[in-house]
Each structure stands twice: as C-alpha cells, then as structure tokens.
Design a protein around this ligand. Structure first.
Ligand code: GLN
Ligand code: ZN
Length: 764
C-alpha cells in the first residue's frame, strides 16, 4: 500500500478568503464576466487553496471538493442525471446553473424551475437533490473531478479525489415520482463509479475518498445490503485505495458493517462521537487505516489539543502510527476561511478561535506529535494549552448570576398559569377579534432604500436620530396601510432588522460578531453566524421602544416580534464547553425578559419565531427525545411569563410536523402560523388527527414567488382547511415573512387575503 497521508482534511471551504467564488459566479450570472474569466478565476482559487494547505503542512490535499454551486449537483451532472426539462438549455454551465437556480429566458421561450434544495444532514449547508427519472440512463458526463485532479498533480501535490459514495449519493437523491427506493438504481450507477475510479487511478490518484455519512445514520436492511454490494464491486478495481468517510454521527450499530467493508481506510468523526474509537479499534481489521477526525469541522473554537492527543494515543497503542491519519471531523466547508481577516475581534477572544486555516495547523501539530513526539511541537502545544486555559477561566465566559438563575428555575417557570382553553377565553374577551382573524408573519419588504439607510447609518453617514426617524416613518406607513386595508392583528414590519438572529445577538451579552466569518449556505449565498462565547443575558430591552412606537400608530393590536431561543442557538456558532441545552435555556431567559417587558409596555400579542426547531433534530432517532425535551422546554421558558390574556404566537416556516407533533403541541403557543401553501392538506389532517387544540394559521399563499394569489383560490384553500379545522381556530395569513417581496405584490396579495376573510365571515 502506498503512502498513507499522515495528516489531511476531508474538504476545504470553497468561497475563498474574500468570498471570491461568490463574486465570480454572481458576476458571471450578471454577464459581467465571461465563462472563460469565471474558469480562470476559480482555477486560481483552487490553486491558492491547495497551496495554502500544502504550505501549512498537509501531505495530501482533497480535490473535487470545489464546486461552482454544490457538490451533489456536480455528482448529478457527473452521472448524467439531468431531468428532461433542462434539455432546452445549452449544455455546460447554462444547464448546470439552470438546475441550480432555474432559468427564465422569455426571448427563448425558456422557463424552467431549479431542482429541489434541502439541508445537508444537520448543517446549514443546502444541496440540490438529484432527481432520477424512471427510465434514467446514466453516463459519465463530466470530467470536472479528473480535471481538478490533474490541476493539483501538475502543481506537484499529492491529491486525493473526493467523491460522494454510491450509497450516500443514492440515498440523498430522489426518484422523479417521489415513490420507490433510489437504491434500486445501484446496479446501474455502480459501473459508472467503477469507470470513474479507474480513470482517477489511471491519472495518478493513490487514494480516493468516498464520503458515506449515511453509514453513520439509522439505516435499514436494504441500505446495509447496498453497502456490501457496492463496496464488494469497487474492491475489484486494482490499484484503488479507498478512504471511506463517515461524519456528523458515530457508527454505533453500523460499526460491524463498516468494519466488514473491503476498504483501505475508514474515517471516524471523533468530535461528534469520541466514544466510537474504542469499539472501532477492536472491530476494524488491523490492515485498515483509521482516519481520526479529531479537529471539529463544524465549529470555530480552537481545539483542546491535549484532548485530541489523548484520543490519538489511545489509537496509537493499538495501531502503528503509519496506520493512522489525523484529520478534520468532517469537511471544513462548514467553517470560515481564516482568522486573518478578523481585525476587529479583541485579541483575547480571537485567541480562542480557529477557522479552517487555523484548524489545518492544528491537525499538522497533532500529526507531528504522533510521528515526531510531543517535544517536537512543545511550543505549539504550550500555546494551545494557554489559550484553552484562558478561555476556561475568563470572566467574560462565565456569569454567575446567569448560571444561578438557570439552576434555580422552578417547574412553574415553564408553564403558563392556565391551560389553553382558559387563556383562549380571556384572549377572545380582550381582543374581540372577528372570526378568521387576519395577520402577517412579521417582515414587510426590505427595500433597497431601507438597506441603503441602514448602511449609511452603520458608516455614520447619517446620525442615529436621522436613522430612527427614517425607521419610524417606514413603520408608521406600514402599520397605517395594514390598518386601512383591514388586517386585524398588525405588525411593525421589522425594518430595523438585518437578520433575525444577528439583531437579537447584538443586544445579548456572550455574543460576538465576526467581520468575515462567512460560511456557504447554498450556492453563492453565505451566512455569517454570530459566535456565542459566554453566558447569555439581555443587556437592555431590545424591541420595547419599537413596539411602543408601533402601538401608537393604530388602535388595533400590533404584534411584538421576537426570535425564539432554539433558532438563535441553531443559527449561531455555539460554545462547546457546556451542553447546547444549557446555552439554550440562558437564551430563553433573555427572551423571557423581553416578552415580559413587552407585556408590561402594553404589547400583549407576542410572536416568538422558531423556524429552526425542526432542523435541530439529531440525525439519530436515539437523540430525538432528549433534544425535543430541552428545545420545547426552552420555548416554554421564553413564553410562559405572561398572563392568560396575553396571546403568544409562534411561527415555523415548514410543514413537516408528522414526526414531531407532540412536541409542537407541548410548545403550548396560543396561535401557530406555519407554511402550508406548497404542501397538501395532509398536514392539517395530522393536526386534526392529533387533536391539536390551539389556534392555527396555515399559510394561504407562497411568499417565495412574486405571483399574486386570487381571492377565489385562497378561499378554496380555506374551505378545504375547514374540513379539518374548526372555524373558531383558523387564522388567515401568508406563509412566511414578506421581506424578500416587492411592495406592489404585497399590496395586492394582502388586499385579496383580507377579502377572503370578509367573504368567509358572511358564511360562518
Ligand atoms: N418574523 C420573521 C419574518 O417575518 C419570520 C422569518 C422566518 O420565519 N424565517 O421575517
Ligand atoms: Zn417563515
């Protein structure tokens, strides 16, 4: 067996130190640069990234982890899985980006939607779902990965192609009809894997990385069998050495299966599941190299290298060092590029962090400790220990008042004073809303004018007073407009918010913000999650002044609008020095303070958005109960501090509730608004079936499209909904917030929405 790489990573972030990839593809989409310019710039970017990795000391670099948009989409194209509707596009990049983003070219009579996009496991990265036709023909249709391998080899580097493994690829794909198992295509796609790997080996790849995160999930017998079949076939190729990568969870009950595969190296995520090492050392044959994923690819903290070394030493007692690889836990796709750009973080906090570039350096230190002994890297280990110690003992991290508040929580803090039916009576009495009350989800169009003014304020081109005045004018106009067209429960429009998590984080202690900590979310879109480094508390009331002002603009109730604790947690980089549940409770208490202050200030309809509760579900079912317990508890803690007549709303922008129904019920919100326009009515059937008690607003139209829904079609929808829900429980509202829409569509759509309620009230 040739050259086991001592240290490597499973993948590197694509965007570049300054989001060069985003800028290049967006310029290409806008026809500002040519295709060849795009190709040149991205080739340059790959070169920079490989050379950076090599200069940091990696002996082997991953290739094929680059993508113009998404690596699953690359694989769909690689195997020729291109739905027929894209035949109208030009082959090559036009077709590729049409699959990624849809293509509207009226002059050529083209209007094709994109492929479906979903979250990549439990990350905030989204991939395009390959769609396999019933009579799909497969063919190796792209040389992208071969070309990239050649590029890296030409630079004199040892390069390892990264390919999504056959079983994971099929499991993440869907059939065009949505029915049947995609694994039935394994016999057809396997020969293409064989062909591809033969080509890679012929080009000079010594190792091929096959990503199989599905192997660390709960899988059925069919999937297990598919693993045996697939890898038996791949093992026949001479000269190929496979590193099979599992990540985001532990192998657990799939360990025997993984250990039985005829492969040369197996990667374990020892950050998510360090306990699996011991079993793996026993079960995995000694001829198989173990790749130890000890550096966290999902978070931004400096690793505690002494802990990493402990794991490595455990492995080194059972295996020779040349049968071990020191690695990132998963691809570094999920962490920002480098700390270099963080010129505004204070030195203390910055010293606690490691982005992708710094993580590679950590991997190299650990690998050197293994091969050369700890003395060879004494300076690095000492500096690391000092940083870890500084974070552990800093009084910026620990706030005794917050800790003791959490410890002294009583059961009653998690419950409203009375059950829903009692609260509902008090609320109906107080607000006297008509049947089918109308409302919206919160945000109104974030126009370029609003963004421009916010930017000018941030750059101090206008004063705080001027900015405030601007916001108040926008808010007043928005509220008066809603009032005029006859909406019953108004919103202030969220014009002051850039992002629903960042806005709150900026007013909470224990949060920090990076300048350049971008992580790819989908395609060219990146997010910059806040960093939660310390105990969280509210430094000052956050929305109370805005709510007070809003309430002066109309005699009708204006909803208070908050982001829930689970969503704030889920969309941030969180601390790794205490359980997520603990951090979540702290955030919940901060939001609770805000809820109570809003109530005191007279805002007594309060919406606490939790769009991220469902995506936080652990990948393995065994973790669900625990997660749902603390996440729902956190929501309850945030919202239970109010009197019966205060009405708590929540909003979630998805509609797959079936598996978590009891948890949604246990949130005990008075009103829940959910996405429904795109889904069928099965969902409502589930609400009926589970005997859901509280009031509910299933979205009447899809806000993701500029299309204006007619009164007639929305009324039809409500009629269907009323087959499942009683009229006394039904609210009338759109699917989600309106911030991405234009005012013109919003005016027409909401006017129609109000008309729906008016007409229905005459009938009931
Ligand atoms: N209140 C938020 C808005 O309307 C909710 C956003 C969301 O559901 N993601 O924008
Ligand atoms: Zn939403």
């Amino acid at each position: 067996m040739s050259s086991v790489p001592a240290a490597t990573i499973l993948g590197f972030p694509r965007m570049g130190s300054n989001r060069q990839l985003k800028k290049a593809v967006e310029a290409f989409w806008a026809s500002k640069i040519s295709e060849s310019e795009l190709l040149d710039r991205t080739k340059q970017l790959r070169k920079e990234h490989w050379e950076l990795q090599a200069s940091l000391g990696l002996k082997q670099v991953p290739v094929g982890d680059f993508s113009f948009y998404d690596h699953m989409l690359d694989h769909a194209v690689l195997f020729g899985i291109v739905p027929e509707r894209y035949n109208v596009t030009k082959p090559g990049l036009e077709c590729y980006f049409a699959m990624a983003r849809g293509l509207q070219a009226p002059d050529r009579g083209i209007d094709v939607p994109s492929l479906e996009m979903v979250k990549w496991f439990d990350t905030n990265y989204h991939y395009m779902v390959p769609q396999i036709a019933e009579n799909q023909t497969f063919a190796l249709d792209s040389t992208k990965i071969i070309d990239e391998l050649r590029e890296a080899l030409a630079l004199g580097l040892d390069a390892r192609p990264v390919v999504v493994g056959p079983v994971t690829f099929l499991k993440l794909s869907k059939t065009a009809s949505g029915a049947g198992s995609t694994l039935s295509y394994l016999p057809q796609i396997l020969p293409l894997y064989v062909e591809l790997i033969k080509q890679l080996v012929a080009e000079g790849a010594k190792w091929v990385q096959l990503d199989e995160p599905v192997l660390a999930l709960d899988i059925d017998a069919e999937t297990q069998e598919a693993y045996r079949t697939a890898y038996a076939e791949l093992a026949k190729i001479s000269g190929a050495q496979y590193l099979v990568a599992t990540y985001f969870a532990g192998l657990e009950d799939n360990l025997e299966l993984a250990a039985s595969l005829p492969i040369q190296a197996l990667h374990l995520d020892l950050v998510r599941n360090p306990e699996q090492l011991e079993g793996a050392l026993k079960a995995v044959p000694e001829s198989v190299v173990l790749s130890l994923g000890v550096i966290n690819g999902r978070n931004i903290w400096k690793a505690d290298l002494s802990k990493g070394l402990e794991l490595i030493n455990t492995a080194a007692k059972a295996r020779p060092a040349d049968k071990l690889i020191i690695n990132s836990s998963c691809s570094l796709l999920h962490t920002p590029h480098s700390l270099d750009a963080e010129t505004e973080l204070d030195a203390e906090l910055k010293n606690w962090l490691a982005f992708s570039t710094e993580k590679i350096a950590e991997i190299v230190v650990l690998s050197r400790a293994l091969h050369e002994g700890v003395d060879a890297v004494k300076a690095e280990l000492d500096a690391n220990a000092a940083a870890i110690q500084s974070r552990r003992t800093s009084d910026r991290v620990s706030n005794p008042a917050v800790k003791s508040r959490v410890v002294s929580l009583k059961e009653s803090d998690f419950s409203r004073n009375n059950e829903f039916s009692v609260r509902q009576a008090a609320q109906h009495d107080k607000y006297k809303l008509p049947l089918f009350p109308t409302t919206t989800i919160g945000s109104f169009p974030q126009t370029s004018d609003i963004r421009r003014n916010r930017a000018r304020f941030r750059k101090s081109e206008i004063t705080a007073e001027q900015y405030q005045e601007y916001l108040e004018t926008a808010t007043r106009e928005c509220i008066e407009w809603q009032d005029n067209i006859g909406i019953d429960v108004l919103v202030h429009g969220e014009f002051e918010r850039n992002d629903m998590v960042e806005f709150f984080g900026e007013n909470l202690s224990g949060f920090a913000f990076t300048r350049n900590g971008w992580v790819q979310s989908y395609g060219s879109r990146c997010v910059k999650p806040p960093v939660i480094y310390g105990d969280v508390s509210r430094t000052r009331p956050i929305t109370v002044e805005t709510a007070k002002f809003a309430q002066t603009c109309s005699p009708k109730p204006v909803k208070g609008m908050l982001t829930g604790p689970v969503t704030i947690l889920q969309w941030s980089f969180v601390r790794d020095d205490q359980p997520r549940s603990e951090t979540c409770k702290q955030i919940a208490l901060a939001i609770r303070d805000e809820v109570v202050d809003l109530e005191t200030a007279g805002t007594t309809i309060i919406q606490v958005d939790e769009p991220a509760i469902r995506e936080g579900l652990p990948l393995r079912k065994s973790g669900w109960d625990d997660y749902l317990e603390w996440s729902v508890d956190s929501f309850r803690l945030a919202t239970a501090g109010v009197v019966d007549s205060t009405q708590i709303h929540t909003h979630m922008c998805y509609s797959e509730f079936n598996t978590i129904f009891p948890a949604i019920q246990r949130m005990d919100a008075d009103v829940i608004t959910i996405e429904n326009a795109k889904s069928d009515l099965k969902l409502l059937h589930a609400f009926e079936h589970h005997g859901y008690k509280a009031e509910i607003g299933p979205g009447l139209y899809d806000i993701h499209s500029p299309r204006v829904p007619s009164v007639q079609e929305m009324k039809e929808r409500v009629r269907k909904m009323l087959n499942y829900l009683s009229p006394q429980l039904l609210w009338i509202n759109p699917d989600c917030g309106l911030k991405t829409r234009g005012w013109e569509e919003v005016r027409s759509s909401l006017t129609n929405l109000v008309e729906v309620a008016r007409e229905l009230r005459k009938e009931y």
